[in-house]
Design a protein. Structure first.
Length: 150
């Protein structure tokens, strides 16, 4: 990202706030609220991203054979590289890492705010440096499901 920002202003560079002002849009900003402050719901003892598929939930339950942590993990996971499908030229490890780590902190805060009675564990999986960018994933599950999975 530094290299990209450094090309602005005839090589003098630009900061992220200036870049957003020049490249972004209010429509995109509104859309990003679903990513940066997502809606979560409680459903059948799970905490899930709003808008989930009931049939997918039941299918993953059957596959997981009672492992509720595994069900929450797969239902809530997000591949960082999939946020902007169709823009592989913009995909870079530094961007994926920064975004994933930031989203992890956001999800921790949002889940703690929305579900203080049911603490969640948020994980940002970072494969070894230089690995497949599609493997950078964010997900969460309820801490109470930890002991049930072991």
């Amino acid at each position: 990202m530094r290299e990209e920002l450094g090309r602005w202003n005839n090589g003098a560079g630009i900061d992220l706030a200036g870049w957003i002002s020049g490249m972004g849009s209010l429509s995109l900003a509104v859309g990003y609220t679903t990513l940066f402050w997502p809606e979560f719901v409680e459903h059948d003892g799970y905490i899930l991203r709003a808008g989930f598929s009931e049939s997918s939930l039941r299918g993953f339950e059957a596959q997981a054979k009672g492992d509720r942590k595994a069900v929450e993990w797969v239902m809530n996971h997000l591949h960082i590289a999939d946020i902007h499908l169709g823009q592989p030229d913009d995909l870079a490890e530094d961007k994926v890492v920064l975004l994933g780590r930031t989203l992890k902190a956001i999800y921790e805060a949002k889940l703690a705010k929305d579900f203080p009675h049911s603490p969640c564990i948020v994980e940002f999986h970072e494969p070894a440096a230089g690995g497949d960018l599609a493997e950078y994933e964010l997900s969460f599950w309820q801490a109470k499901h930890e002991s049930l999975s072991a």
